[in-house]
Design a protein around this ligand. Structure first.
Ligand SMILES: Cc1ncc(COP(=O)(O)O)c(C=O)c1O
Length: 411
């Protein structure tokens, strides 16, 4: 392999413990062979249609478009994919690859639980054993997905170290892989980590951008002016952006601005607070202290609550091809409500960051602008975060009555 294929500008690479070298070499070879094998893509495309429900709709949002200044606004509804988010595109592709490699078991890390849920579903579909590592805090705040993973037969292992969120779940998954490489494939959930993960995850998520492009050309006969997507590690955004990188389309990433600008209050890497570093086996921009230790982060959305960013997006941000803005917890929560009321669509808190940014910026755009927002997931999983904020008393009395009902043995 040529050295520069592993890098995006000065970011990327593969900085792994020696014990994982054979596993990475095997993965790289298997991915190269699968990419070139039309049978692999044929099987994946069949499952896109039959199992995931692709293509997902590109929904025109006329009421919101009008409210925001007469724009033509489209929402790409990845939340309508099986398991409720874009994560299944990658998880299923890698699960097929694992089966091709003769692996019997897959492991994954998860933050919001969507990647864990997608991996568990793909493993169930393909008859693979599955273990998911999830921070203790995320297990509490995204509990509906923990239940879902168990329904699909996966073991969910709590991560008690460090931040007890996504950053430490990645460490735990990687460590677990070193302990059992021979029969296990690690299905990493975003476009980050050591090579070849960023390139592989991007390719498996590029179906989002290809579908947007095809559909928008069919409906509007031209390229969109702008595309918005939220950025955790970066998989839904690079998936949506990849078909437009060489076009005159503005690409905008929404990061988690959390509840403030101080370290630990947000996860906005591209706003200037992050520095170049090597962490979690790849080189990118990370929120870190002077010693290079990753800083704790905060976001109301577990999926954006991560100290690093995929190397390709770090590069696209540094070169100015993708513009990044941060969106606060409160703005994201308001966007959940606004989207639900105006269009009958309940977005995930992660996706609501992209929506909130579009709602902030569209009024200043020329009327009749053509804009797409990638709605990476649906909001059902966030019930335990949104309900106590939007409807506190009702939610509290509902929970109390449910506990009482369970204790009385009525359910
Ligand atoms: C619905 C949803 N959107 C976005 C993300 C962020 O991940 P990524 O940046 O890889 O798309 C997550 C992560 O869990 C998610 O669940």
């Amino acid at each position: 392999m040529r050295h520069d294929e592993r890098y995006y500008g000065r970011f990327g690479g593969r900085y792994i413990p020696e014990v994982l070298r054979p596993a990475f070499e095997e993965l790289e070879e298997a991915w190269k062979a699968a990419r070139e094998d039309s049978d692999f893509w044929k099987e994946l495309e069949g499952l896109h249609r039959d199992f995931i429900g692709r293509p997902t709709p590109l929904y025109p949002a006329p009421r919101l478009g009008k409210e925001l200044g007469g724009h033509r606004l489209y929402l790409k509804l990845e939340g309508l994919a099986n398991t409720g988010a874009h994560k299944i595109n990658n998880a299923l592709g890698q699960a097929l690859l694992a089966r091709r490699m003769g692996k019997k078991r897959v492991i994954a890390e998860t933050g919001a639980g969507q990647h864990g849920l997608a991996t568990a579903a793909a493993a169930a579909k393909l008859g693979l054993e599955c273990e998911v590592f999830m921070g203790e805090i995320d297990m509490a705040r995204q509990h509906p997905n923990v239940f879902g993973m168990r329904m699909f037969g996966a073991k969910v292992s709590p991560v008690l170290e460090g931040t007890r969120t996504l950053t430490d779940a990645v460490n735990a998954a990687m460590k677990s892989w070193t302990e059992r490489v021979s029969d296990t494939h690690y299905i990493l959930g975003s476009a980050l980590g050591p090579h070849p993960y960023p390139a592989m995850v991007r390719e498996l998520q590029s179906v989002i951008g290809k579908e947007i492009r095809k559909e928008i050309l069919a409906r509007e006969g031209r390229m969109p002016d702008a595309i918005y997507a939220c950025v955790g590690g970066g998989s839904n955004s690079i998936g949506a952006f990849s078909a437009f990188l060489d076009e005159q389309v503005e690409l905008i990433g929404a990061e988690a601005g959390g509840r403030g600008h101080k370290p630990g209050e947000h996860a906005a890497r591209m706003g200037g607070a992050a520095n170049v570093g090597i962490a979690q086996s790849y080189k990118s921009l990370f929120l870190q202290d002077a010693d290079g230790s990753l800083l704790p982060t905060h976001s109301v959305s577990a999926g954006l609550d991560y100290a690093g960013i995929g190397p390709e997006l770090a590069h696209l941000g540094e070169t100015g091809r993708v513009r990044f803005e941060s969106v606060s917890d409160e703005e994201a929560l308001a966007a959940v409500k606004r989207t639900a009321r105006a269009e009958g669509i309940l977005p995930a808190l992660e996706s609501a960051h992209a929506l909130a940014l579009a709602y902030r910026e569209l009024p200043a755009m020329p009327p009749d602008s053509l804009v797409v927002v990638n709605v990476s997931g649906r909001g059902d999983k966030d019930l335990f975060i949104t309900a106590p904020r939007f409807d506190r008393e009702d939610w509290l009395s509902f929970l109390k009555s449910e506990v009482a009902r369970i204790e009385r043995g009525e359910v």
